[in-house]
Design a binder for this molecule. Structure first.
Ligand code: FAD
Length: 518
């Protein structure tokens, strides 16, 4: 950069001050009386209430994620103010608003974090085209992930690695592994005149049009300050970090979840995954005996990068059709089954409790996500994984384009994992961790007085027991919508036939071919 004139820092994800190379560059680039404009654009499509949506929120995001984002913006604004700056919040179609700002404020340098999500790829192309025509310098560093997905794909001859182990081999150590990432800004350049631009304070939910919403607050407050506090807490338990083993955690633990619960903070970049990585490495340096990928805590961050890389290099990654790594399976589009699952009315308390946690908290343990995704798709209901993915995409706070579709393909045995005979039981899996059903009692209070021996299968309780528990099955709580034994057998047969067809046709399966299996 030439070092003169005004710079604009465009925040999207990366809602943090620490380890923020785009912010660093924008701040360094301002000299000679120039100004730094830190901007966040609120896209009404993403943020404003949709009265037709099946639960509170916009058409694209549930209320929990919108609240988390607003809290994160508030926290970012506070941090910027402490450094002599502030967040300039604007509303409108982001590309249009940004291009207007670049024009009005005579910006010479535009800095924003690189994003592989197709929504941002498109938006960024538009903004970059304008910038290049207007001779504005653009700096867009990779700092949302540990690695640059494009580098890994290039190392692999232009194809994304489709197994975690091959990803690990290609990835190696990140180049910044032992560089200091926590920039300390003594202050930031001041914000210049904003002209006629409509700048607003970070809005409240009410200001966005959300009124009279009574929801149990999820245990996640958005923002970098809270995220770093949680990261430090998690990391300070060195023994726990060193012995972390993913599949061994208890998915029903909700008072003290078995994992870090940092995913919402990583999603919005309130916590840098690279800083998180370094913190874990520091613990490993002091504790030579520690677990390894794929099960270790470091291994979890690498899963995140793995899915980003495959998603970035796979056309149509978020759908079955036209997606080369996805098995073609004749899923059904049964709205009734989908709705019962989404609304926590399947009649299987373990499944319904997890879906209730999704609505109330916008977060569930990884294995809990496994159970409900398996149940909806290849385990019981045979509903298309894209439908379940859409529900998660809207309701999870940590909702992530690459990770979500990747995991749905995994759980539906459409890609990555193919052992379709291994099905999670909606009865015995949860019971193993939580025989008393405390998790169910908490999230489904209608079942709170059901005796322990019936809590996972309340339809088997004699009527006298149901009456005493004040919960009549079929009236106060639904009967199971399918019999797991026969539904899962049926699903296995359908998958076996679909796998056979994919093999026979070498993966090139048309819709007509699939119809034969329906
Ligand atoms: P920890 O176990 O503490 O792991 C630390 C971090 O590693 C996580 O915050 C996350 O960023 C990353 N990570 C952990 N597991 C995975 C994984 N399997 N794949 C990729 N990254 C991982 N995670 C999302 O962040 N967004 C999603 O939209 C999402 N959708 C999912 C959908 C399904 C069907 C399934 C089965 C899993 C999904 N996950 C998703 C992955 C995983 O369940 C969550 O990342 C994890 O439960 C978050 O809790 P945590 O932060 O306590 O995780």
């Amino acid at each position: 950069f030439s070092g003169s004139g005004n710079a604009l820092m465009w925040f999207r994800k990366g809602l943090r001050i620490h380890d923020n190379p785009a912010l660093e560059c924008a701040s360094r680039g301002v000299t000679g009386g120039g100004f730094l404009y830190p901007v966040f654009v609120i896209d009404p499509h993403y943020m404003e209430p949709d009265p037709r949506a099946s639960s509170p929120g916009s058409s694209r995001a549930g209320l929990n994620r919108i609240r988390f984002l607003l809290e994160s913006l508030k926290d970012l604004d506070l941090s910027l103010r402490k450094l002599g700056s502030r967040l300039l919040v604007m509303k409108g179609e982001p590309g249009e608003v940004l291009i207007n700002c670049l024009k009005q404020w005579k910006v010479e340098k535009l800095c924003f974090e690189y994003d592989t999500d197709p929504y941002y790829q498109q938006l960024d192309m538009r903004v970059k085209d304008y910038a290049s025509a207007a001779r504005i310098e653009v700096f867009s560093p990779v700092s949302h992930t540990l690695f640059n997905p494009a580098d890994i794909i290039q190392k692999n001859g232009g194809r994304p690695p489709v197994s975690y182990q091959s990803f690990l081999k290609l990835a190696g150590e990140p180049s910044w592994a032992s560089s200091p990432l926590m920039t300390i800004f003594p202050s930031l350049p001041s914000v210049g005149d904003v002209g006629s631009s409509q700048i607003v304070e970070v809005p409240t939910l009410e200001e966005l049009g959300y009124v009279d919403i009574e929801m149990e607050l999820p245990p996640f407050r958005g923002g970098e300050s809270e995220g770093l506090k949680r990261l430090r807490e998690a990391i300070s338990n060195e023994k726990w970090v060193a012995t972390f083993e993913k599949p061994k955690g208890d998915p029903s633990a909700f008072l003290r979840p078995a994992t870090t619960t940092l995913s919402p903070y990583l999603k919005f970049g309130c916590v840098s995954s690279r800083y998180f990585y370094q913190c874990i490495q520091d613990v490993y340096t002091r504790n030579k005996k520690h677990t390894s990928p794929p099960v270790s805590l470091l291994g979890q961050l690498l899963w995140r990068d793995f899915f980003y890389t495959v998603a970035f290099g796979t056309p149509n990654f978020d759908q079955m059709r036209g997606n080369k790594i996805c098995k073609q399976i004749p899923w059904n589009d049964n709205d009734e089954l989908l709705t019962a699952w989404r609304e926590a009315k399947t009649g299987y308390p373990w499944i319904d409790a997890i879906m209730t946690q999704l609505h109330k908290w916008g977060w569930m343990h990884h294995l809990a996500r496994h159970c409900v995704a398996c149940f909806l798709t290849r385990g019981d209901l045979f509903v298309h994984w894209e439908k379940g993915r859409d529900v998660f995409e809207r309701l999870l706070i940590d909702s992530d384009w690459a990770i979500n579709s990747g995991n749905w393909m995994w759980l539906s045995c459409s890609s990555f994992f193919y052992q379709y005979n291994r099905i999670y039981s909606p009865i015995s899996f949860g019971k193993k961790y939580d025989p008393n059903g405390n998790y169910i009692r908490h999230f489904l209070p209608i079942l709170k007085d059901m005796p322990k021996e019936y809590i996972y299968e309340p339809w088997t309780a004699p009527l006298s027991v149901q009456t005493k528990a004040k919960c009549i099955i079929g009236k106060d709580y639904p009967k199971p919508m399918v019999s797991h034994d026969s539904a899962s057998k049926d699903c296995k047969q359908k998958l076996a036939a679909a796998y056979e067809l994919n093999k026979k046709l070498n993966g090139v399966v048309s819709e007509e071919d699939l119809k034969v299996l329906q």
